[in-house]
Design a protein around this ligand. Structure first.
Ligand code: G3P
Ligand code: CA
Length: 269
């Protein structure tokens, strides 16, 4: 069944244009903006000295030439690493662009990413995912909102016009964000269909569902229930052309992809 969408489908660059440049680096986000992505997805973690950095894994071992947990390292220690020099090159996508400027593959702070977006010269939205929220008991969310405040983004006038949204697999993390910023849009990420939420409900106050592409493929009826309940649906990670087609058919609101340029082209943009 095809569903009407109230706005064009949004293309979100997952960890930047992470198929074309090392994930979560300035190079990947610059490429995503250049490619025309509507929004950028990034994961945030706290360093030992309280800085929010854009890193997916708990440790830096996979995506840099260093070792250790992000939460055990200070920003200066992370800044000495190269996030374009993955130790296990076999795990890395085949990057087209060899980054030149060292800043392009240095650890990326969320602050630097916010500056990049502010200087983009067009509207680029940010979908920020809180990682390890239990480890720091609210500090990730507190720091995030403090930083957003510096950019005038912490208290959007309305959830529908906000250029920033916060995503998490943790309903508690999203609750903390909304408690401090009631108009901040929040996305509840889902890896499987929880029996508790099978009818299309989301945790109180959450308006956007973030199911995996696997859920979309295996439970299209669930997506229909989410839409019928009035929720937006943002799907991750959508890289295959047939998955893009299915998302369009089901009336998905945002596609989160490692290949924003290819998806935009497929959508005729
Ligand atoms: O956009 C949501 C998606 O990024 C969640 O999974 O593991 O890539 O952070 P992960
Ligand atoms: Ca993520």
């Amino acid at each position: 069944m095809t569903h009407a969408r109230q706005h064009p489908i949004q293309v979100v660059a997952h960890r930047g244009a992470s198929e074309e440049a090392p994930e979560h680096t300035l190079a990947a986000y610059k490429k995503a903006i250049e490619d025309g992505a509507d929004a950028l997805e990034c994961d945030v973690r706290l360093t030992a000295d309280g800085h929010l950095v854009c890193v997916h894994d708990r440790r830096v071992n996979r995506t840099s030439n260093g070792r250790g947990a992000v939460s055990a390292l200070e920003l200066a220690e992370l800044a000495a690493l190269d996030f374009g020099a993955w130790r296990n090159r076999d795990e890395a996508p085949d990057w087209e662009h060899a980054p030149g400027d060292p800043e392009d593959t240095s650890v990326l702070t969320l602050e630097r990413l916010l500056e990049l977006v502010a200087d983009a010269g067009r509207r680029v939205e940010l979908a920020i995912e809180t990682k390890h929220p239990t480890r720091w008991a609210g500090q990730v969310e507190d720091r995030l909102l403090l930083l957003l405040k510096r950019f005038g983004l912490d208290s959007p006038q309305s959830a529908t016009t906000s250029p920033v949204r916060v995503m998490s697999f943790s309903a508690r993390s999203l609750h903390r964000v909304r408690a401090a910023s009631p108009t901040m849009p929040t996305v509840y990420l889902l890896q499987f269909v929880s029996p508790r939420l099978r009818d299309g409900r989301l945790p109180a106050g959450v308006r956007i569902a973030g199911p995996s592409m696997r859920i979309v493929r295996s439970h299209p009826g669930y997506i229909e229930r989410l839409k019928r309940a009035g929720h937006q649906v943002h799907v991750w990670t959508v890289n295959e052309p047939e998955d893009v087609d299915l998302c369009v058919e089901l009336g998905i609101d945002a596609i989160i992809t490692n290949r924003p340029r290819a998806v935009l082209r497929q959508l005729g943009r």
